[in-house]
Design a protein around this ligand. Structure first.
Ligand code: APR
Length: 229
């Protein structure tokens, strides 16, 4: 049985990390274009670095919650692929080992010239003047609007092959990920968890609730059925 979980900012909300849209969202009252685009970085690199340093400090202070832990716990019984839009490392810190960060990772920096030149940023900020080995300014290793989303083929392969597919904590308002939920055509069970949802994708069961309340019981049920298979 192939299990795939697609996550967004909402799964980390109960760990204290803000989402982007909805109440308290990072984009409320802020134009994402001024903080999360290559043009914004070229225009005012200090402002962009400060934004991500602030968010990285929050990630360091945060801890995986019951939802992250339940997904990692299921992996003790059965392989679980996590496809996440989140740049935090809470899935890994909970113990998940197969995590695709399609929008990059905030705990990594990279050369602003060569995306392949990466530097771990576990406990420090990125400052203006911090250079990669190629002499270019370091920037967060996250995918900004207008940049290529990562792991598209791998993510779609996993979702297409999934027998059970859980979507949790995403408003499904950013492409191409928003379209990926329609590719889970083999999945006998498709569940989406969110406290509010504009439209529920076809063939999905919408559980109106929070990740910490709703993910653990689903993971437990899937672990039991995986053992029964
Ligand atoms: N449990 C589950 N879901 C929650 C919770 C919670 N405790 N709190 C909020 N949510 C839901 C919200 O209802 C919303 O549907 O999480 C979703 C968060 O949506 P967004 O803030 O739009 O985050 P996301 O979907 O991950 O955004 C996608 O947009 O700005 C870009 O790169 C950024 O990866 C991000 C992408």
């Amino acid at each position: 049985m192939k299990i795939v979980v697609l996550t967004g900012a909402g799964i980390s909300a109960e760990s204290g990390l803000p989402t982007f849209r909805g109440a308290g969202g990072l984009w409320n009252g802020v134009r994402a274009e001024t903080l999360a685009t290559p043009e914004a970085f070229a225009d005012n690199p200090q402002r962009v670095l400060d934004f991500y340093n602030f968010r990285r400090a929050m990630v360091r202070e945060a801890a995986p919650n019951a939802a992250h832990q339940a997904i990692a716990a299921l992996e003790r019984h059965h392989p679980v692929s996590v496809v996440t839009q989140n740049v935090d490392n809470l899935h890994e810190r909970a113990g998940s080992t197969d995590v695709l960060h399609v929008h990059g990772e905030i705990m990594l920096a990279r050369s602003s010239r060569n995306p392949g030149l990466k530097v771990p940023m576990q406990d420090q900020d990125i400052r203006l003047g911090d250079l990669a080995d190629d002499g270019a300014q370091l920037r967060p290793d996250v995918v900004w609007f207008g940049e290529a989303v990562r792991h598209i083929d791998e993510s779609l392969d996993r979702i297409r092959e999934a027998d059970r597919f859980l979507v949790v904590g995403t408003s499904l308002q950013v492409w191409p990920v928003a379209d990926w939920v329609h590719h889970a055509t083999r999945a006998g069970e498709r569940v989406i968890i969110a406290p509010e949802l504009r439209t529920c994708p076809d063939h999905f069961e919408w559980i109106c609730g929070t990740a910490c309340d709703e993910v653990p019981p689903i993971m437990s049920r899937w672990a039991r059925s995986a053992l029964a298979d």
